[in-house]
Design a protein around this ligand. Structure first.
Ligand SMILES: [Zn+2]
Length: 386
């Protein structure tokens, strides 16, 4: 048994002062306070004075990092990437594919399904785990494709989706889709029926089409504002549908580059603490020096903090712990309010009840944060980072 004490604990919806947290066998056993319970005898105890315990983060939209692209079948690269995620407080993530030739996507889905089903025993140290896949493309709008290669964008059909579904052995948790393309509504309904979270994005949809997709089952939005028809007061479009529906959860890239800090603030005020989700959309260039890096089947240039391809933004080099700190700064939110956007909320999107919360019975995925949100240590499945 492991006992953790610190100055506060964020569950994250509640704050417990002088917490005592007991972990055993990779699970949280008890969440209590030193005011009501003594440290049990015979457990390994760790005290973090002045620090805050919180659920570890989940990144539900991420393409790679430290030189590794998640579509590339390399165990060594994946291990390096997952170790780096853990250093930034991320315990679980959805490897996210980009539009590519169909055989490349199918190969990536199969490889990712293997790594989801078979946790590697040989891995030393604490590393993040893939929980499922986010399929971003090919069912996207040509007009709002961003850097997704146009030659591989495809109209959505049930049989095409089924090929991806089979290759991924049912591990697709989120699918980004543009609802205005022919066949999309039918696929939204069918994929939602299979438990996939259909996420509206890379779309030029108007308000009515977006709302029809939500009625068909879509319940999430992919990197709100980016690769969408801009919000206009006479033509609110997809952004208008996302901002006015409190049942729709929505991602935002809070790197200060993809979306202006004032718009991040506006977004957080409108979506609130329960439906806003911080993601990174980070690519293989994250944590690397300037240069050229892969994103799926194409190349991206990293210069300063910006990744571009064909002169357009191509993913980010953001870390999720930094996104939390940025959101606090941009919106003037407290750590407690903001931690939820990278833990409990993404867990809700993918309906993972054991993740993103500190509660008895949940997975022992915990981060130890400084008062400003700096990650001091990450615990994944009860294993403490060095
Ligand atoms: Zn992306």
């Amino acid at each position: 048994m492991i006992a953790l004490t610190a100055s506060a604990l964020l569950t994250p919806r509640e704050c417990i002062e002088q917490p005592l947290l007991l972990l055993d066998g990779g699970k949280i056993v008890e969440v209590t306070s030193r005011a009501v319970r003594e440290l049990p005898r015979g457990c390994r105890s760790f005290d973090f004075p002045g620090a805050v315990l919180a659920p570890a983060y989940l990144d539900i939209h991420i393409h790679g990092g430290v030189g590794h692209d998640v579509m590339e079948p390399s165990s060594e690269g994946l291990n390096r990437f997952e170790t780096s995620l853990a250093r930034h407080g991320v315990a679980a993530y959805l490897p996210t594919t980009v539009t590519a030739p169909e055989e490349n996507i199918l190969r990536a889905l199969e490889w990712l399904a293997n790594s989801i089903e078979n946790p590697r025993e040989d891995v030393a140290g604490v590393c993040a785990r893939p929980l499922g896949i986010h399929l971003e493309g090919p069912f996207l709008s040509h007009t709002r494709r961003g850097v997704h290669p146009p030659e591989y964008l495809l109209p959505p059909t049930l049989s095409r989706f089924d090929r991806y579904w089979q290759a991924a052995r049912g591990h697709i948790k989120i699918m980004t889709i543009a609802p205005e393309i022919e066949g999309a509504m039918e696929l939204v309904a069918e994929a939602s029926r299979r438990g996939v979270c259909c996420s509206l994005g890379h779309s030029d949809a108007d308000l009515e089409t977006a709302r029809a997709a939500i009625r068909a089952g879509a319940r999430h939005a992919t990197h709100t504002f980016n690769a969408m028809r801009p919000l206009d007061h006479r033509q609110p479009g997809l952004v208008g549908a996302i901002l006015t529906d409190q049942h729709v959860t929505a991602e935002i890239i809070a790197d200060g580059i993809h979306v202006d800090p004032a718009i991040v603030q506006l977004f957080l005020q409108v979506k609130g603490q329960d439906t806003a989700v911080l993601i990174t959309d980070a690519i293989s260039a994250t944590g690397m020096p300037e240069g050229r890096y892969r994103l799926g089947s194409f190349e991206v240039e990293l210069k300063g903090e910006e990744c571009t391809s064909e002169g357009k933004l191509a993913g980010s080099v953001l870390h999720l712990d930094q996104a939390v700190r940025n959101a606090m700064q941009f919106a003037g939110w407290k750590l407690q309010e903001t931690v939820q956007l990278a833990s409990a909320n993404p867990a809700t999107v993918i309906r993972e009840k054991q993740k993103g919360v500190v509660a008895a019975g949940a997975d022992a995925d915990i981060i130890i944060l400084g008062p400003g949100g700096e990650v001091q240590k990450t615990i994944i499945a009860g294993q403490i980072s060095g």
